[in-house]
Write a protein that binds this ligand. Structure first.
Ligand code: PLP
Length: 436
C-alpha cells in the first residue's frame, strides 16, 4: 500500500513533520482565511466513530491522544469517521471508479435523483459540489423565476428581482452568497456586489412585512436559513417560518431555505422546515452531510415550475452529479434510512441538550442559554466571557467544539455519537466553564 505519510516533503517524510512545521506551512503558504487551533494536528479517525485521533502540544512535548468530535465538520459527518459500511463501499467504488462528465449517463445519477425526490419531497434537482454553489444556483433560479413569473401580476419583475435575506446569515463564499450576507468582513473591498439583496433582522416578522411593502411588486424571494447556524444556532420563534412562508405566498415571492447545515437529519427531521409544519418550500439548498462527509456534494432542490427554467448550456458543473458524488449520495440516503438516523438525531439531541442544560444550570453566571434543535446545539455565554477561550478549554478537556461569533459554542457531534461521548462533552463543558 502506498503511504503518503512516507512522501518526503521539505526534506523529511510527512509523518515526521512537527506541529510547528505544519503551522509554518499553513501560515506562510496558505491564504489566511481560517485561524485553526495551533497546537493540534489531526491524524485520523479515533477508536470510536465520534472520536478523532490527534497529536497535541502538551507543555514542550507532542503527544498522541483522542478528542471527542463535537463539531462533525460543521454537521457534514453524520455517521462519524471510519464508518465501516461507508468506508468499505467507498473503497470498492474508488477501486473501479471512472470519472465522466454529465454528457455521459452513468448508473448512479438516475437512482440518486429518484431517492432525492423521496427523501426531500422536492420535484427536481441540480447537483453541485459545495454549499455555496448550490446557493449560487438557487439565486439564478430565483432571478429566472422572478423575471418570468414574479411581480404582482405574475408576469415578471421588470427591474432587478429583490431577494430578501437575513442579517447575520451565512450562505457561503460565492459572490452571490456573499451579497446575500451582510457581514462586513466577508464583503470588505468586494463592492459593488451583485445588486438586489435586502437584509432584514432574522426572526422579525414585522421587518419582513416592511420590506415587502417597501419593495412591493419587486420581491422574487425570501432566502433564509431555517435555523441560523453560523450566527450562533439561532432558533426562530415556532411560528416565524410559517409566517414568512405565508407572506411570501401573499406577495407572489418564493420561499427558499438554505438547509446546507440543517438538512439531512441534523435537527431531528430530514429537513428543518419539516419541524415547523410548513408547506413544501419552493427551493431548498443542501450540502455537507449529503455525502456522509466523504466528498463535497451539494444540491439545489426545487419545485418543477422553477427548476424547469434551467436550460442546457445555461448552467452546469463538472463534478455535480458525477459518478462518485451520486454514489455517495445514494449510499448516504440508504444508510440514513436503514439506521433511522432522523429519529436518532431527535433522540440523541434530546439527551445531549438535556445534559448540557444541566451543566448550564450549574453556571448561571456564565451561560446565558442552551438552545438548538436535535443535534444542532448552541451554548451561549455572557459577553464578558470569551467563546474562543471556552473552545480552547474544551480541547484541553478532550472535546473539539468551536465558538461561533464570540459568545456561542457550537456543539454538533456526529449524529451516531453514543451516550458516553455526549456525557464527555457535558463533562468537558462543566470543567471548562468552572475554570473560566
Ligand atoms: N450555507 C450554510 C447554512 C452553511 O452553514 C454553509 C457552510 O457552513 C454554507 C452554506 C456553505 O457551504 P460550503 O462551505 O460547502 O460552500
Amino acid at each position: 500500500m502506498i503511504a503518503i505519510e512516507d512522501f518526503v516533503v521539505n526534506g523529511k517524510p510527512i509523518k515526521n513533520w512537527t506541529i510547528s512545521e505544519h503551522n509554518e506551512a499553513l501560515d506562510t503558504l496558505g491564504a489566511r482565511i481560517y485561524e485553526p487551533f495551533h497546537g493540534v494536528l489531526l491524524l485520523g479517525g479515533g477508536s470510536k466513530p465520534y472520536m478523532l485521533k490527534v497529536r497535541m502540544v502538551k507543555g514542550s512535548e507532542e503527544v498522541e491522544t483522542e478528542l471527542v468530535d463535537g463539531l462533525a465538520c460543521y454537521s457534514a459527518v453524520p455517521f462519524g469517521h471510519r464508518d465501516p459500511v461507508i468506508t468499505e463501499a467507498v473503497q470498492q467504488f474508488v477501486a473501479g471508479m471512472a470519472t465522466v462528465p454529465r454528457s455521459i449517463s452513468h448508473s448512479y445519477l438516475g437512482p440518486w435523483l429518484v431517492k432525492l425526490k423521496e427523501f426531500t419531497g422536492m420535484d427536481m434537482f441540480h447537483p453541485k459540489s459545495s454549499g455555496t454553489e448550490a446557493n449560487e444556483a438557487a439565486i439564478k433560479a430565483i432571478r429566472k423565476w422572478g423575471k418570468n413569473y414574479g411581480g404582482k401580476d405574475g408576469k415578471g419583475i421588470k427591474d432587478v428581482p429583490i431577494i430578501i435575506s437575513a442579517q447575520n446569515a451565512f450562505h457561503g463564499r460565492g459572490l452571490g452568497s456573499t451579497a446575500m450576507m451582510d457581514d462586513d468582513t466577508s464583503r470588505k473591498d468586494l463592492e459593488p456586489l451583485m445588486p438586489g439583496f435586502v437584509h432584514i433582522p432574522f426572526n422579525n416578522i414585522d421587518a419582513l412585512k416592511e420590506a415587502f411593502s417597501k419593495y412591493e411588486g419587486s420581491v422574487a424571494a425570501v432566502f433564509i436559513e431555517p435555523i441560523q447556524a453560523e450566527a450562533g444556532i439561532l432558533v426562530p420563534a415556532e411560528d416565524y417560518l410559517h409566517k414568512v412562508q405565508q407572506l411570501a405566498k401573499e406577495n407572489n415571492a418564493l420561499f427558499v431555505l438554505d438547509e446546507v447545515q440543517t438538512g439531512y437529519c441534523r435537527t431531528g427531521a430530514n429537513f428543518a422546515w419539516q419541524l415547523y409544519g410548513l408547506d413544501k418550500p419552493d427551493l431548498i439548498t443542501t450540502g455537507k452531510a449529503m455525502s456522509s462527509g466523504v466528498l463535497p456534494v451539494s444540491c439545489l432542490c426545487g419545485k418543477k415550475e422553477i427548476m424547469s427554467l434551467f436550460e442546457p448550456h445555461g448552467e452546469g458543473s463538472t463534478f455535480g452529479g458525477y459518478p462518485f458524488a451520486a454514489f455517495v449520495g445514494l449510499l448516504t440516503i440508504r444508510e440514513i434510512e436503514k439506521r433511522n438516523v432522523t429519529k436518532l438525531a431527535a433522540e440523541n439531541g434530546e439527551y445531549l441538550q438535556g445534559v448540557l442544560r444541566e451543566v448550564a444550570a450549574k453556571h448561571p453566571e456564565k451561560v446565558k442559554e442552551v438552545r438548538g434543535k436535535g443535534m444542532l446545539i448552541g451554548v451561549e455565554i455572557f459577553p464578558k466571557f470569551d467563546g474562543h477561550e471556552l473552545s480552547m478549554k474544551m480541547l484541553d478537556h478532550g472535546v473539539y467544539a468551536k465558538e461561533t461569533h464570540k459568545t456561542n459554542l457550537r456543539i454538533a457531534p456526529p449524529i451516531v455519537i453514543e451516550r458516553e461521548g455526549m456525557d464527555k462533552i457535558a463533562e468537558a463543558l462543566d470543567k471548562s466553564l468552572a475554570s473560566m
